[in-house]
Design a protein around this ligand. Structure first.
Ligand code: SAM
Length: 238
């Protein structure tokens, strides 16, 4: 799938979002492993879509949609569902999932920073397990872009590896997460995957994200830190 981001040239200092960090997703086999390890669960996607009020005619954009389960479930309930991702391999898997489900969704090879939403403004923008791909400066730019594609009053939902522990407790908290979350090879994400996440990716604190989402033009409706290392923000565009 060709890139359908903006055609305007980017300055040399622009972030290279088509060279993502983290778990290898560069082959169909790696993507299938990812989907299994992530524990894709259409029921959980449906529960989230219920919470967000997604139904017939809702315009939803899922940024960094990965293997596309949320987008497919949204399309199945009659939403105009758009999946955006930089990875052609992830998008190919997502498209196959949509075809298998008989769900008509729109797929875009584009990134958080350069996706241009060309249809009518979205009612709901979601992003799960992905904003940590960007360093904080670029997270803020991505959040501004998410606000740009939403109608006023529209919903923005963010879930990710987000730290809510006290900074002074970081070493102990991260070690506990890695020690408990890692699974044996072939049974889920491994200890090495979580170690690499902390070392190489850009997860940040909830209190930093809170300022960013507010500065991007959102009011925070609710926030939840399910564990000290994971959290969500549910927001409305002002
Ligand atoms: C850990 S996966 C999460 C996928 C999906 N949201 C989920 O919940 O399973 C991260 C995804 O982000 C995508 N990605 C990485 N950097 C991106 C960027 N700058 N813009 C859009 N997608 C990006 C990757 O290709 C990958 O599909």
């Amino acid at each position: 799938m060709p890139r359908n981001d903006t055609t305007s040239p980017r300055p040399a200092w622009f972030f290279r979002e088509y060279e993502p960090v983290g778990v290898d997703l560069g082959s169909p086999a790696a993507v299938a492993d990812y989907d299994r390890n992530q524990g894709t669960d259409p029921d959980a996607d449906d529960a989230l879509l219920d919470r967000l009020g997604v139904g017939t005619g809702t315009r939803l954009v899922d940024l960094a949609c990965g293997t596309g389960s949320l987008v497919v479930q949204a399309a199945r309930r009659g939403a105009e569902a758009h999946g955006v991702d930089v990875s052609p391999e992830m998008l190919a898997f997502a498209q196959a999932r949509a075809e298998q489900a008989g769900a008509g969704a729109h797929w875009h090879r584009a990134g958080f920073l350069d996706y241009v939403h060309r249809s009518a403004p979205a009612d709901v923008v979601t992003t799960k397990a992905a904003l940590h791909q960007l360093p904080d400066f670029w997270k803020q730019q991505a959040l501004l872009n998410a606000a740009r594609m939403l109608r006023p009053g529209g919903t923005f939902y963010l879930w990710d590896v987000i730290f809510s522990f006290e900074p002074a407790d970081a070493t102990e908290q991260l070690q506990r997460w890695i020690d408990t979350a890692g699974r044996p090879e072939g049974q889920g994400f491994t200890r090495a995957d979580f170690e690499a996440h902390v070392r190489e990716e850009f997860s940040t604190y909830a209190w930093i994200l809170e300022g960013m989402v507010e500065r991007a033009g959102f009011d925070i409706v609710s926030r939840r830190s399910g564990t000290p290392t994971h959290g969500e923000f549910l927001c409305r565009r002002r």
